[in-house]
Design a protein around this ligand. Structure first.
Ligand SMILES: Cc1cc2nc3c(=O)[nH]c(=O)nc-3n(C[C@H](O)[C@H](O)[C@H](O)COP(=O)(O)O)c2cc1C
Length: 300
């Protein structure tokens, strides 16, 4: 398995995953391509009780990206396990359960509940900017980051990916704290907090007033943060943020990402992640490049 990636004791078949919140629970996309081709499907962020999310409008397009404040709408852990997970298993999908909590205890309870057969890894979101408690309260304090990761680590043997926030002055202490807390991998970045105003109505374009900026506009921030994180941790890094094509993915890999997640691109083209995967594999094959040497290979 030349392109596989091992996180803790789980082998992911390749390096291209889809980012949470941009691929639903993965099921509808199987109409476009076999979703079991993907290295991993990060499902929409799950919480213990589920959530209806924020008021509409929740999405607006911006230059080179979009702002969203969905507010972590989700079906809840129990419904996910009963209704979505079996269907994903039938499809042979590599399921990564993205989740969040409002308290340390909720994080731990969610992780425990999601540590079931069919879930290949957990991705804990400590970085959502769009709900009052949902993660950012943890993800913007170094101490709280370590504590919440420790609390989750204590209750699960599943590979644990910690998703970091870019809304901090320096990503390095956060990468260190998550590593010390017991993470097996770090994924970065989540969205950057932004705002857009309709000049005619003078109203914010999304009801939540602020939202998370994603898409090509944020790629340089993501690449920089992956590079900086790679300087302080040996954990496999998963690069996220504005990956629209093969070269964007390669850029993240040169910065130090062992794998990538494709997000906003899925809204433009539901097959984007598959195309990127196939083009990446061809790139490494045709040029006889060793992927493991390539990762972190930026000449600085
Ligand atoms: C509509 C939307 C919903 C999202 N929902 C979640 C979520 O539930 N959990 C999470 O960890 N990240 C969520 N994200 C963040 C993405 O997973 C990703 O980190 C971010 O969009 C940057 O990648 P991109 O520029 O490729 O979209 C969401 C992003 C978008 C655009």
């Amino acid at each position: 398995m030349r392109y596989s990636l091992t996180i803790r004791d789980e082998v992911f078949a390749n390096r291209v995953m889809v980012a949470s919140g941009t691929f639903g629970y993965g099921l509808e996309f199987n109409d476009y391509f076999p979703v079991n081709r993907l290295g991993g499907i990060c499902v929409k962020g799950l919480s213990l009780k589920g959530s209806l999310g924020n008021k509409m409008p929740r999405i607006t397009e911006t230059y080179g990206g979009m702002l969203n404040a969905i507010g972590l709408q989700n079906v809840g852990v129990a419904t996910f396990i009963q209704e979505k997970l079996p269907r994903l298993q039938d499809l042979g999908a590599a399921v990564i359960a993205n989740f969040y909590g409002n308290t340390l205890e909720e994080y731990a309870e969610c992780a425990r509940a999601l540590s079931v057969d069919g879930v290949k890894a957990l991705e804990m979101n400590i970085s959502c900017p769009n709900v009052k408690e949902g993660g950012i309260a943890f993800g913007s304090s170094v101490e709280a980051t370590r504590k919440v990761v420790e609390a989750v680590r204590a209750v699960t043997e599943k590979p644990l990916i910690v998703k970091l926030s870019p809304n901090v002055a320096d990503i390095r202490p956060f990468a260190e704290a998550a590593t010390l807390g017991g993470a097996d991998s770090l994924s970065l970045i989540n969205t950057l907090i932004g705002m857009a105003i309709d000049v005619k109505t003078r109203l914010p374009k999304i009801a939540n007033i602020t939202g998370g900026l994603s898409g090509p506009a944020i790629k340089p921030v993501g690449v920089r943060m992956v590079f900086q994180a790679s300087q302080v941790t040996d954990l496999p890094l998963i690069g996220i943020g504005g990956i629209m094509n093969r070269d964007d993915a390669l850029e993240y890999m040169l910065a130090g990402a062992a794998a990538v997640q494709v997000g906003t691109a899925n809204f433009v083209d539901p097959c984007a992640a598959l195309t990127i995967l196939e083009e990446l594999e061809a790139y490494f094959d045709d040029n006889r490049i060793d992927l493991n040497e390539f990762v972190g290979g930026v000449k600085v």
